[in-house]
Design a protein around this ligand. Structure first.
Ligand SMILES: Nc1ncnc2c1ncn2[C@@H]1O[C@H](COP(=O)(O)OP(=O)(O)OP(=O)(O)O)[C@@H](O)[C@H]1O
Ligand SMILES: CC(C)(CO)[C@@H](O)C(=O)NCCC(=O)O
Ligand SMILES: [K+]
Length: 241
């Protein structure tokens, strides 16, 4: 049994992997990381624990506190040159976000062709994996929600409000909502041009539902690609330990 934990900048997600599938999943706001203590007490005592954290040292400390005596045995995913069938061309490899590395590992476990790996969270990351499992590079873009917030925060006249998506928006709210989605979808579709025609685009993350409808690509929605990669990492570590 594996408990996989993905600590992102907005939310901390976890899943309990048993018998080849997810037995349970949950999430809390990263701002409420102290609440992990109560959550962790419900995790199976004999589970292997795999973690990736891109939310900083304070969240790492909250995670260690929540894991208590199990913290030392937990495996923290550290991006490197090569892992679980994925090879990195990032410079330096260890600077890559651990969640991106986990998503690439999860993607490679599902797809043996070239693919685009998109995680739409606080930031949107758009990463290219080739047919040999080599991570060739990728983009970091402000996430859908962060784009909208930054417009509201940096201008006098733009509200933070919901709008409808339109090809030619005719009001402020729709112009913002549509602009942010077009920007994300455009970045995804532009990077996709570097892949062989017909390659799948794996799409995950909290804002995936908002983005999916606007991508003119062969999209495969995966609920928790980062957690899948972490489970894969934990299984492989177990086999070689
Ligand atoms: N239920 C929901 N419906 C719509 N959007 C959501 C929902 N939950 C989260 N989001 C959006 O998803 C984003 C967070 O997604 P996710 O949890 O994948 O990011 P994260 O892992 O915390 O971020 P990162 O990895 O980029 O630091 C937020 O911007 C939020 O607006
Ligand atoms: C880009 C984010 C914020 C996405 O969660 C995360 O992967 C991160 O902090 N990455 C570190 C920098 C990098 O990947 O180059
Ligand atoms: K993430």
């Amino acid at each position: 049994m594996i408990v996989a934990i993905d600590a992102g900048n907005s939310r901390i997600k976890w899943g309990i992997w048993a018998d080849g599938g997810w037995g349970g999943m949950g999430a809390l706001e990263t701002a409420d990381a102290a609440g992990l203590v109560a959550v962790a007490s419900g995790w199976p005592a004999d589970a292997r624990i795999a973690v990736c954290n891109v939310a900083g040292e304070g969240v790492a400390a909250a995670l260690r506190a929540a894991l208590g005596a199990r913290a030392d045995a937990a495996r923290w995913l550290r991006p490197g040159l090569r892992q679980c069938g994925v090879e990195s061309r990032y410079l330096p490899p260890e600077r890559l976000g651990a969640d991106r590395w986990a998503a690439l590992i999860g993607a490679r476990a599902r797809v043996s062709s070239a693919c685009l790996v998109v995680c739409a969270g606080t930031a949107t990351t758009i990463d290219v994996l080739d047919a040999d499992g080599v991570f060739q590079g990728g983009l970091i873009v402000p996430g859908v929600d962060l784009m909208r917030r930054s417009l509201a925060g940096a201008t006098a006249l733009l509200p933070y409000a919901d709008g409808e998506f339109a090809d030619l928006p005719r009001c402020t709210q729709d112009a913002i909502a549509s602009g942010c989605l077009h920007a994300q979808a455009g970045a995804v579709e532009r990077l996709y041009r570097q892949l062989p025609a017909g390659s799948p685009c794996l799409l995950s993350g909290g804002s995936a539902p908002a983005l999916a409808a606007h991508l003119a690509l062969p999209v495969r929605r995966i609920d928790n690609l980062v957690l899948e990669g972490l489970a894969r990492f934990a299984v492989t570590e177990g086999a070689t330990a």
